[in-house]
Design a protein around this ligand. Sequence first.
Ligand SMILES: *Cc1c(COP(=O)(O)O)cnc(C)c1O
Length: 370
Amino acid sequence: MATSISVESWLVSAGRDRQPGSPLNVPPVPSSNFVRGGQRAYTRNDGAPGWEALEEIVGGLEGGSSLAFASGMAGIAAIFDLLSVGSVVAIPDDCYQGVAGLAFAGQERGRWNVHRVGVTDTASWLKMCGQADLIWLESPSNPLLTVGDVDIICGAPRKPGAILCVDNTFATPLNQRPLILGADVSVQSVTKFIGGHSDLLSGVVSARDDSLLAALRQSRNLCGGTPGTLETFLAVRGARTLALRLNKSQETAITLAERLSVHPNVTLTRYPGLPSHPTQPAASRQLNGYGTIISFDVRGDAQTADKVCAGVRLIQHATSLGAVESTVERRACISGQEHLPPTLLRLSVGIESVDDIWADLDQALRNTSV
Ligand SMILES: *Cc1c(COP(=O)(O)O)cnc(C)c1O
């Protein structure tokens, strides 16, 4: 990204063809193949203009080059696909359940060995940097919103050939730039904030090293996790308003977190911007913003928490995050997340008015009070 331009302006202006007569928006090209003799022959091998627009936008934000995939998990699987048999993989103890699922499925098939490390256990991460072939960080973590010492771990020496990857989905490249901190790879589930409208699945993997990018491109080509034409068109459209949406949701999230933390029917509120949050200092050191996700524990039991989800009227009772609409769900009912507090609700704050979201949360919490 040109250093003279702000992130907001980059989001609006990048990934466009400025030739006279060109459409302002890169049109979706629904074609698997092209007439021989040109730059492209087959889309899985040669890409599509819409993918490249998305890659340019995200690559500039992350401070590297990007490859678009069919989903966040398709991009993540392409990274794991680079590992040789017998590799050592370190993943956080609180991380996206799909990443843990992929890591342990591969271990069961004898492909690699998985070590789990506490998100804030920096000493163990630094030790793993000298031993692991893939160091997988996620910060803020899902759903406990713990912020690790990403800057310190990314800057530490690692085993030659090792890949350090940060799942940057919760922070977005607006709040955190792992490649600048020294990570080899940064991953976005574009499904979440960049798409921003709960209407697509897509992922982007970013890196700076050319041979690593070539290997990831080969993996995308051979394993076939290529993005959809319409999905990348929608993702680019979503990216245009990312800064506006994130800033608005983030402002609302701070207010909601403060109010939730003193609500009589809430026993614990986790938000990296709250002074009471255990890793608030790390968050304020590393993040440009505290994000739009709040996890809070409802007073009562799992049933009470379920009632809150059933009782919301404006907020959607749905999974996923990072969209224009606020969503809430009880995380312990998700497969792979059973270890979480049974009353933990994860709220993704959308762009509705703060007072309307609060009124909805408050009525849902009060109507289920035990
Ligand atoms: C959703 C998500 C993923 C997976 O992305 P998909 O687009 O659903 O495949 C990975 N990491 C995090 C943190 C996520 O929230």
